[in-house]
Design a protein around this ligand. Sequence first.
Ligand code: CTP
Length: 396
Amino acid sequence: MNEKHILLIISGGIAAVKLPELIRRLTAQGARITPVLTQSGAQFVTPLSIAALARSKVFTELFDLTEEAQMGHIELSRAADLVLVAPATAQIMAKMAQGMADDLATTLLLATDTPVMIAPSMNVRMWQHPATQRNSKRLQEDGVQIIGPNDGEMACGEYGPGRMAEVDEILARVAGFFRNGPLSGRHVLVTSGPTHEPIDPVRYIANRSSGAQGTALAAALRDLGARVSFVTGPARVPPPKGVDVHPVQTAQEMLTAVEGLLPADAAVFTAAVADWRMADAHGQKIKKQSSGAPPVLQFAENPDILARVSAHELRPQLVVGFAAETEHVIDNATSKRLRKGCDWIVANDVTPQTGIMGGAHNKITLIDKAGAETWDEMPKIDVARRLAQRIADALT
Ligand code: CTP
């Protein structure tokens, strides 16, 4: 992080007590920190200790004329390479989501054109409240990267999600942002979402894939420093920021895009590609017959993108497929790995009762040539992080 400049906003949560450690580790890695302490943040850590560790003046007041004379708030907000809010309380998240600017921290956040990362920290019920979830979603749509929060015991004695991410985790995300992570210099290709296969100009064949797992994986790979090419069908979930997005509609377009993006160090195929397309899509809308006879649709098989890339002359070092199964998950996925010629298969059970397809959680079995390893059920974002780390380990 040599000489990278981080504007660190410390808002008021008990997790602020982890900040001295975070600042110490960031500066040890060469980052330059400009701390901003909110009024409530100052209830948990003192400006003096933060200034000493960051070796910088601590900014607190919006209308401090001396500060404005030295460096105006606009300049302060833009001079950094990254704005990091840790801990980020429910309150500061709500203000950010609304675009409020009623103190120095929120004014800087509104004025900045620098990427922003936040590490939320709050009571489990506050995190799970629909308002906070709405704010979190809105902030992600606005391009804010969210670190954590984690499950765990809270200072208030409750247990659940809301604990600020650990210092190591925040460091990994910041390092990844500066392309300093274990996948720095690596190119990873990810396919995601469903494909739409036209029947005629207004109708198409599709499936229920939301693109959530592929999007989470692309973000996790980006966070470890990879250059990510993200080839996505029409997904419900918006693509992550900071990756190269290549939107496609059909399987054939996906294949062309993927082949055009090779070489890559690794390729992960999370897309739910339609196995069939219309043999001859109609140029005009199919009309109802006066006889009442339904139209006969002729299908043709789509190219298997995963199998093609596995056998490609520019085959990536690591090729990972997904297997959506409804029965005999491990057996089917094990034979799928061999049939498709990929290195790993990430298998999951997509029977509707599991709620996996289109849902927020996933339970996967990772299959490689050594055998099968089943992971506990966890949020798709955690599956993505763990898988991204495995990919990083395999490539190094
Ligand atoms: N896949 C692909 N191109 C296709 C079909 C599938 O790249 N035309 C990839 C998917 O992205 C996934 C893997 O292959 O990584 C497995 O897809 P799946 O639909 O589960 O398997 P199928 O090949 O369709 O096999 P089956 O229909 O027997 O389940």
